[in-house]
Design a protein around this ligand. Structure first.
Ligand SMILES: CC(C)(COP(=O)(O)OP(=O)(O)OC[C@H]1O[C@@H](n2cnc3c(N)ncnc32)[C@H](O)[C@@H]1OP(=O)(O)O)[C@@H](O)C(=O)NCCC(=O)NCCS
Length: 407
């Protein structure tokens, strides 16, 4: 694209006062998923920055044709500090056998879109390079993004042209929200933790988990966070009424326990499955009607996904002991009921591929994605390796912490 050509592209910061309508137009034209089949549309509820605005630093760029001022592409990015490894503490005050987290400044790219009429002209590449400039100016050491394994355009752009490598392949597990409530096992006691106790539990037990956000407190205190729930065996000394804090709990934990937190994505964005046949939609509707009329049958009805629908995201999944996966299942049933009350159609979570607690998360295979592809790049070659070395070469752990702000 030469400077003398009509199609000179200007990349600049998104301006909500004048770009809203054109950005929405591009978003609508960019269907994610192969054409002719089912595809997923995202309704950003009039706020194109909604998926990055809860991070400590964020930016949205647009690509504009200089001749007509038409917006033909956009990209969002954010930066925060996360765990990238662990080491033994040299601090004499802390337990020297207990690993402590190694943090790094990590940038995340999402929502890259180029209008179909302007693809293969280098616009996507230009947007990524400009975003990376902002990342490095702000001290980010690594950048990563998530994409579908079969999104050839995106995978090629990042791996062939921008130097990213395939890094992790976590699983997105999605479960429908039925018209009936799910029973929560009576062999479990659930406790809703105050945000400060949730924070200390996460910091003390999960801060060495890869991708754990150092500002977990701002996640837990965010208005979209619906709560953190702890599952313990009934009859043990912990109940909602007698709960007296994380310190006491961790000094004498029960033989098994599990925890998870719930994030309300519905107030940030809605999704919609498009391209379904009339027959498929009618079938789904029928199952829902029957489920609503006869909830005691506990029919696994198909949720409303062919109109804009909301979801809750489950994060911070963890636990210990032989019955932890069973407790996760009870927590998921509770989260299902919360999502039903909140008018959501699905509950989703994302966990490491080898996450031992994955077996406790109920999900429909057809709605889920076994391997979400995360690609990573080291932005500054001159950064010191520190104790973790080059994170991009490190082997995956059993768990990862998926930040709800970036789902
Ligand atoms: C992915 C996307 C942003 C690429 O934008 P683009 O402006 O067409 O990309 P560019 O012209 O800058 O292409 C740069 C390189 O990416 C790769 N690439 C882009 N489109 C490709 C395609 N359809 N097939 C294979 N490789 C492709 C090529 O390596 C290309 O270099 P080349 O043209 O020299 O071969 C665009 O296809 C898009 O908006 N897709 C829908 C939304 C989406 O999937 N976003 C990514 C989510 S992370």
């Amino acid at each position: 694209m030469g400077e003398d050509n009509q199609c000179v592209i200007v990349v600049r910061e998104f301006d909500p006062s004048k770009d809203l309508t054109s950005v929405e137009e591009v978003e609508k034209r960019c269907e994610v998923g192969p054409s002719g089949k089912l595809s997923l549309f995202t309704d950003l509820l009039g706020d194109p920055i909604c998926r990055v605005r809860h991070s400590p630093a964020f930016l949205m760029l647009v690509a504009e044709l200089s001749s007509t001022k038409e917006i033909v592409g956009m990209i969002r990015g954010c930066i925060k500090t996360v765990t990238c490894g662990k080491k033994l503490s040299r601090n004499t005050k802390s337990d020297p056998t207990k690993p402590v987290p190694i943090y790094t400044k990590l940038a995340y790219i999402l929502g890259l879109r180029v209008s179909p009429s302007h693809r293969r002209m280098g616009i996507g590449l230009k947007l990524v390079l400009r975003m990376e400039e902002w990342f490095t100016q702000n001290g980010a050491e690594y950048a990563y993004l998530a994409t579908e394994n079969d999104n050839q355009a995106s995978v090629n752009l990042f791996t062939d042209k921008c130097g990213y490598s395939k890094f992790r392949t976590p699983s997105i597990l999605v479960n429908p929200v039925f018209a009936h409530r799910l029973p929560v096992s009576n062999r479990v006691t659930l406790i809703k933790l105050p945000p400060s106790d949730a924070e200390s539990l996460y910091r003390r037990r999960f801060s060495t988990t890869e991708f754990f956000p150092r500002d977990i407190d701002s996640v837990l205190n965010n208005r979209l966070n619906l709560g953190t729930f702890l599952a313990v065996p009934p009859g043990c000394c912990y109940t909602q009424e007698s709960w007296s804090g994380t310190d006491e709990f961790l000094s004498d934990p029960p033989e098994s326990w599990a925890v998870l937190s719930v994030w309300n994505c519905k107030d940030a964005f809605m999704l919609e499955v498009r391209g379904a046949s009339r027959m498929r939609k009618t079938l789904a509707k029928t199952t829902r009607i029957v489920d609503k009329l006869l909830p005691f049958l506990r029919l696994p009805s198909i949720p409303e996904v062919f109109r804009p629908f909301g979801l809750h995201f489950l994060y911070g999944l963890g636990g210990e002991g032989p019955r932890a996966a069973k407790f996760v299942k009870a927590l998921c049933a509770h989260a299902h009921n919360l999502a039903k009350e909140g008018g959501c159609s699905v509950v989703a979570t994302e966990v490491a591929n080898c996450e031992p607690l994955k077996i406790g998360v109920p999900h429909w295979k057809r709605l889920s994605c076994d391997e979400d592809l995360w690609c990573i790049k080291r932005l500054g070659e001159d950064y010191s390796d520190g104790s973790v070395g080059d994170w991009t070469n490190s082997p995956p752990g059993l768990s990862i912490f998926v930040d709800p702000r970036e789902f």
